[in-house]
Design a protein around this ligand. Structure first.
Ligand code: ZN
Length: 284
């Protein structure tokens, strides 16, 4: 996993004529090199995501805006409510008064004030660019990807990452929804992916197929574990995630739980709740 947190990942980049990228400067185990924020359009760029709100981000963004001859972002679109995507909103609004900020308003608690709603079915016009929001729950119930028509490209937020798989958090995450979201994205006329973490993905369809196959492989491993009588989440994590750092086992446990919940919903596994101990799972 060390390469996922790439210290040499460029802080700013211009991956295409219509897309600029400024790094959120929040590297870590969950964020890789940090959260990517994207500036889209020929002028008056639309900013997708804002990073977590570290002090160095705004000067970096302003330097990049200056290099492109831009004064400010026209507006902000958020992919979802996680703090490494919207934590920078306050700093941006302070620096650029009146800056509109929008996300899909859905089961939110603790959002900054004055965030506007945006949903699938709308289109957002920028300068020579058109973005279409696509509701893609699974990692987060409010998650939007944004399809850039002019490039057949998709800003995937945390639905597809570069260099890691997506976490399905217990609570707001849902593996069944996640797989449905990936399958919907497969039906887009899609060439390139701009993920919220890591470099541009040129083989969009290949990556979507890999992501689905990865989950199906994990599901098979979990069914095998259940079949072998391995019946608790901690025991399954130990058995399945042998090649993953133990530091990530708590995250892996959330992933196993999301698989088991999906299997239970499909009538393929049952949960026996045990007092003061992990639940016992069985094949149905
Ligand atoms: Zn997220």
């Amino acid at each position: 996993m060390a390469s996922w947190i790439d210290p040499d990942f460029p802080r700013t980049a211009t991956p295409s004529d219509l897309v600029g990228r400024v790094l959120g400067l929040n590297p870590g185990m969950m964020t890789g090199p940090g959260t990517n924020t994207y500036l889209i359009g020929r002028r008056d760029p639309i900013l997708i995501d804002t990073g977590i709100g570290v002090d160095g981000y705004l000067p970096l963004l302003e330097r990049y805006l200056g290099e492109r001859g831009w004064a400010r972002p026209a507006r902000v679109l958020l992919t979802h409510r996680h703090v490494d995507h919207l934590g920078g909103v306050a700093h941006l609004r302070e620096r650029f008064p009146g800056l509109p900020v929008a996300k899909m308003l859905h089961r939110d608690t603790n959002l900054p004030d004055g965030i506007e709603d945006v949903r699938e079915g709308q289109t957002i016009e920028g300068d020579e660019v058109t973005l279409e929001p696509i509701h893609t729950p699974g990692h987060a119930s409010d998650h939007l990807c944004y399809y850039l028509r002019e490039e057949k490209a998709l800003f995937t937020g945390d639905v597809v990452l570069s260099g890691s798989t997506t976490v399905i958090p217990s609570g707001d995450g849902d593996l069944g929804d996640y797989l449905s979201s990936l399958r919907r994205l497969q039906r887009l006329d899609l060439e390139r992916i701009y993920p919220a973490h890591g470099p541009v993905i040129e083989d969009a369809q290949g990556r979507l197929a890999e992501y689905i196959e990865h989950r199906l492989m994990r599901e098979r491993q979990i069914l095998d574990a259940l079949d072998a009588g391995v019946d608790t989440i901690p025991a399954m994590v130990k058995r399945i995630y042998v090649d993953v750092s133990e530091k990530l086992h708590p995250v892996a446990a959330q992933s196993v739980e999301s698989h088991l919940k999906k299997l239970a919903r499909e009538g393929r596994a049952t949960e026996e709740i045990v007092r003061d101990a992990p639940s016992r799972w069985r094949l149905a």
